[in-house]
Design a protein around this ligand. Structure first.
Ligand SMILES: *Cc1c(COP(=O)(O)O)cnc(C)c1O
Length: 362
C-alpha cells in the first residue's frame, strides 16, 4: 500500500474531502483487522462490545470537542444533512405551528423547501438578492416561531456567520461545513446537525447534537426512523448505524483532540484563510466573490477578472498537484475548500501558483 502519491496531492475538495493521513492509515488497517480481533470493523455486529465502545467514544468526543452541556445527546444517522432538512421541521415544528429560516445559500434554500412541506415557514432573512454573496444581519425573528433555522457556513457560495443571530426562540443550525472548525456555545442551540463528510469523517453519517428537553413536543406522530427522540432514547442504535462512517469520524475527532481541539483548529483555519484571501486581494487578476466581512474560512471563493485566462491558470495548478478548486456550477470561478485536515503547506502551494501565474500574465 502506497501513501506516497496521496501526499503529493493538495486536496481542496468541497466534500467528501481531505481527512488526516494518519486517520486514513488507521482506518485502512481496521478494515482488515480491527484492533487484533481478527474481524474487520465493517464485518462485526454494531451491538458487539468493540463497536459499542466506538459509538460511545464518538458520541462523547462530539460533546467534548464542542464543550456541550452534559445532558445533550448525540446520534449518528444516515440520510445526510439533506434528510435533516426534513427531520428538523418534523421534530421541532408543532402541528399548526411555524418556523423561521434564514436563507443564505443553496443548502439553506433546500432546508426552507423541506420545512414548507411540513408547515408554515417564514423566511426572516435572505441574501438571494445578491446571489448569496453576503450574510444578512440585524433581522428580527418572531417570538412565536417554534424555532429559528440557519446555515452557519455556506459551502457553495463561500460565506460564513462570524456572529450567530440572537434569537428569542430555540435555534437549529446546519453546521455541515464548519462544525469543529471553531468553538461554539452549544447551549445556545436546540440542535446542531451536519453531514460528516466535510470536517468530521467520510460520507454516510450525519451527526445530531441536541438538547433532549426540546424533543417530543410537536404533537406529531412520526415514523420511528424520522423521530429524533426515538434515536436519542435508543443511543443511536435503533437501527444499524453507519458503522464505518462513525468509526472514521471517531478517529478524526481523536486527531482533532490530539492537535489541540477546536481552538487550535480555529487558529490553523484562520492562518490558512488569511494566506489565501491576502493573495486574492493582492493580485489584481483575481477577485473574491463575497462580502469581505462574511468570507468563509472553510470555503473561500474567487474568480479571475478575465475568464479567458482560466484554462491557462487551470493547467498550472493541476501541474502543481492541486485538486478540487473548480467553483460550484452555480458560482463559477474557483472554490478552495480548506477543511481542518488541509495543511497550510497546501494553501502555500496554491498561493505560489497564483503568484507565478500573475507574474507571467499580469
Ligand atoms: C454538503 C452540505 C449539505 C448536504 O449534505 P448531504 O450530506 O449531502 O445531504 C447540507 N448543508 C451544508 C451546509 C452542506 O455543506
Amino acid at each position: 500500500m502506497s501513501t506516497a502519491t496521496n501526499l503529493k496531492i493538495h486536496n481542496f475538495s468541497a466534500g467528501p474531502c481531505i481527512l488526516p493521513q494518519e486517520v486514513l492509515q488507521k482506518a485502512a488497517e481496521s478494515v482488515i483487522d480491527y484492533e487484533g480481533t481478527g474481524l474487520s470493523i465493517i464485518e462485526m455486529s454494531h451491538r458487539s462490545k468493540p463497536f459499542e465502545a466506538v459509538m460511545v467514544r464518538a458520541q462523547s468526543l462530539v460533546k467534548e470537542l464542542l464543550g456541550a452541556p452534559d445532558h445533550y445527546g448525540v446520534v449518528f444517522l444516515g440520510g445526510g444533512a439533506s434528510l435533516g432538512f426534513h427531520m428538523v421541521p418534523l421534530n421541532y415544528m408543532r402541528t399548526g405551528g411555524k418556523a423561521a429560516y434564514a436563507n443564505t445559500g443553496e443548502w439553506a434554500s433546500r432546508a426552507v423547501k423541506e420545512s414548507k412541506l411540513v408547515g408554515e415557514t417564514i423566511v426572516v432573512a435572505s441574501s438571494e438578492d445578491k446571489n448569496f454573496s453576503y450574510i444578512p444581519k440585524g433581522f428580527a425573528i418572531p417570538s412565536d416561531a417554534d424555532y429559528f433555522h440557519f446555515t452557519s457556513n455556506n459551502t457553495i457560495f463561500g460565506t460564513q456567520y462570524k456572529q450567530f443571530p440572537k434569537s428569542p426562540v430555540p435555534v437549529v443550525c446546519d453546521m455541515s461545513s464548519d462544525i469543529f472548525s471553531r468553538p461554539v456555545n452549544v447551549a445556545d442551540f436546540a440542535l446542531i446537525y451536519g453531514g460528516a463528510q466535510k470536517n468530521m469523517g467520510p460520507a454516510g453519517a450525519t451527526v445530531y447534537l441536541m438538547d433532549p428537553e426540546r424533543l417530543g413536543r410537536t404533537g406529531r406522530k412520526l415514523s420511528p426512523m424520522l423521530d429524533l427522540k426515538n434515536h436519542a432514547d435508543k443511543e443511536s442504535m435503533y437501527n444499524t448505524p453507519p458503522v464505518f462512517a462513525v468509526y472514521v469520524s471517531m478517529l478524526t475527532m481523536e486527531w482533532m483532540k490530539r492537535m489541540g481541539g477546536v481552538a487550535e483548529m480555529e487558529k490553523r483555519n484562520a492562518a490558512k484563510a488569511k494566506l489565501l484571501y491576502d493573495a486574492v486581494d493582492r493580485l489584481p487578476m483575481f477577485r473574491g466573490t463575497t462580502a469581505v466581512e462574511d468570507r468563509s474560512v472553510m470555503n473561500p471563493t474567487f474568480v479571475m477578472n478575465d475568464a479567458a485566462m482560466e484554462p491557462a491558470f487551470d493547467a498550472l495548478w493541476k501541474e502543481a498537484g492541486i485538486s478540487g478548486i473548480r467553483g460550484h456550477r452555480s458560482v463559477g470561478g474557483y472554490r478552495a475548500s480548506m477543511y481542518n485536515a488541509l495543511p497550510i503547506e497546501s494553501v502555500q502551494v496554491l498561493v505560489d501558483v497564483m503568484e507565478e501565474f500573475a507574474k507571467k500574465n499580469g
